[in-house]
Design a protein around this ligand. Structure first.
Ligand SMILES: Nc1ncnc2c1ncn2[C@@H]1O[C@H](COP(=O)(O)OP(=O)(O)O)[C@@H](O)[C@H]1O
Ligand SMILES: O=P(O)(O)OC[C@H](O)CO
Length: 506
């Protein structure tokens, strides 16, 4: 046990930046949050200002310390977790970003991705990085910055520019420009990192024209990354944990055994299944990614990424004005016994796994004169459950193909949307497997705190984290098999209708 048991977790997300101070038992001592300004400068373009990311992060850390009336010396370690894939390029000399951060949701590099596919790189990318070629990942975003920012390519070739995902940029700033590093989970989201061999991949760097001199050092997820510049918080604090937010949730949910899985329902939904230390690629267009790297040992996960989950509820609130608040969706959904055959396919920004169809667009189908906003609200919630079903089915098939134990395990859920009991119950019904909601649904930040705490001895091993996990409620499946079959058939028909390549097939 370390002298001090408090850890400060920084959770820099897509829509907000949070700082949460946890004690050794995983209890929240204090927290602070700021909304992050979004920029939409073109169709399908999404940017953040790295200076906002930095100033908000600094502010929430200071606010959390202040609200707990704690000085920096009371904090044993900092853990950082972050929105993944978002790319920042900055000048090493001045520390200034050369462009706004290009966010994971940004689709501007779709044409470059199509070219990479036409050049026959799909198999290479899958075998080395575990990913599909898609604008989602950081690599093509860096290539875009080098291509489109005046002088950037020449500066990069002179070794003057640094690239990093948000964790890496924050680490650079927090250490006063001394450390340029990332962790293996974040590296695994760049499409530039060979996750089987654990090194940046020369062939992919060449294909995208990214100089190796720009890249951060890749470290374990729980290790010494550096210490904060003393002037920032009044004393230096060690930074000892780092992971992408979905991987941090795997740790926060204590999914340390192969076969265990978690799904996080925030803006989007990201399901990760621990597959152990063997790198297996998916035959169902799921991603293989690094779940965590501890003591030099890599654990992999299969990941299903759905771009719209809670964001569909936001749309029902702000676009449709059918509800005033997100939590209200539960009571409204329960006013009707079912959706009356209405399906909402929330392909607002295309479809993610397992379809990977950037040109699909959302739709509400099955409307009749009896349909009401209640049915649509319910359909928006059910959509996340159906999409999760499709991911789970793909995962089970991949597990069986890889010869791994295929017995379905309970799904551990977290994120803002799982406060909704209707969603959790419908999920259990549609998946036909138990859904477990933990006592702490801020598992992303908790996971970052665990990673940081592991490195400074607050936790002796992952066994301590397994013991700390607490169930709040278990939702058991209760739907008739025939009802489930019919609802899923209706959903798949609805998906077929919105897919951009479906028209030709019908
Ligand atoms: N009770 C609820 N029922 C349904 N959706 C909810 C509920 N509470 C929050 N949400 C949705 O969850 C999302 C917020 O979750 P959060 O984990 O904070 O997301 P993120 O980290 O992606 O910003 C929002 O999209 C919101 O619409
Ligand atoms: O910021 P979030 O919670 O929406 O998570 C974003 C994911 O990391 C994108 O891959």
């Amino acid at each position: 046990m370390a002298a001090q048991g408090l850890v400060l977790a920084i959770d820099q997300g897509t829509t907000s930046s949070r700082a949460i101070i946890f004690d050794a038992s995983g209890r929240q001592v204090a927290s602070a949050q700021r909304e992050l300004q979004q920029f939409f400068p073109g169709d399908g373009w999404v940017e953040h200002d790295p200076e906002h990311i930095w100033s908000d992060t600094l502010a929430v850390c200071r606010d959390a310390l202040q609200s707990a009336r704690l000085g920096a010396s009371a904090i044993a370690a900092i853990g950082i977790t972050n929105q993944r894939e978002t790319a920042v390029v900055w000048n090493r000399q001045t520390g200034r970003p050369v462009h706004k951060a290009i966010v994971w949701q940004d689709r501007r590099t779709a044409p470059l991705c199509r070219k990479l596919i036409a050049d026959g790189l799909e198999d290479l990318v899958r075998e080395r990085t575990g990913l599909v070629i898609d604008a989602y990942f950081a690599g093509t975003k860096v290539a875009w910055i080098l291509e489109n920012v005046e002088g950037a390519r020449q500066a990069a070739e002179r070794g003057e520019l640094a690239f990093g995902t948000v964790d890496s940029f924050l680490l650079w700033r927090l250490t006063g420009g001394k450390v340029h590093a990332t962790d293996a989970t974040n590296a695994s989201r760049t499409m530039l990192y060979d996750i089987a061999r654990g090194r940046w991949d020369e062939d992919l760097l060449k294909a995208l024209g990214v100089p190796a001199s720009m890249l951060p050092e890749v470290k374990d997820s729980s290790t010494e990354f550096g210490t904060t510049e003393p002037s920032l918080f009044g004393a230096a604090i060690p930074i000892t944990g780092m992971a992408g937010d979905q991987q941090a949730a795997v740790v926060g949910q204590a999914c340390f055994t192969p076969g265990m899985l978690k799904s996080t329902y925030g803006t989007g939904c990201f399901a990760l299944l621990n597959i152990g230390e063997r790198f297996v690629t998916s035959r169902n267009r799921l991603l293989t990614t690094i779940a965590y790297r501890l003591n030099g040992r890599t654990t992999y996960a299969l990941e299903g990424s759905i771009f719209i989950a809670g964001a569909a509820v936001q749309w029902v609130r702000d676009g449709l004005r059918a509800i005033d608040t997100a939590p209200e969706s539960q009571a409204i959904a329960l006013t009707v016994p079912d959706t009356g055959g209405v399906y909402l396919v929330p392909a607002f920004t295309g479809l993610g796994a397992p379809w990977w169809d950037p040109d699909a667009r959302g739709a509400i189908l099955g409307l009749t004169r009896a349909s009401s906003t209640m049915h649509i609200v319910r359909a928006a919630l059910e959509a996340s459950c159906y999409q999760t079903h499709d991911l789970m089915a793909a995962m089970q098939d991949d597990l069986a193909a890889a010869g791994l134990d295929a017995a379905p395990q309970p799904l551990r859920v977290d994120g803002g949307m799982v406060a909704n009991d209707f969603v959790c119950q419908y999920l259990a019904d549609i998946l036909d497997r138990p859904v477990e909601r933990p006592a702490v649904i801020e598992t992303t930040a908790l996971g970052a705190a665990y990673l940081a705490g592991l490195a400074v001895g607050i936790y002796g091993s992952t066994d301590d984290i397994v013991r700390a996990w607490r169930l709040e409620r278990r939702f058991g499946p209760g739907m008739e098999a025939e009802t489930r079959r019919q609802r899923l058939a209706g959903w798949h028909d609805a998906v077929a209708r919105v897919r951009s390549d479906a028209t030709a097939g019908r």
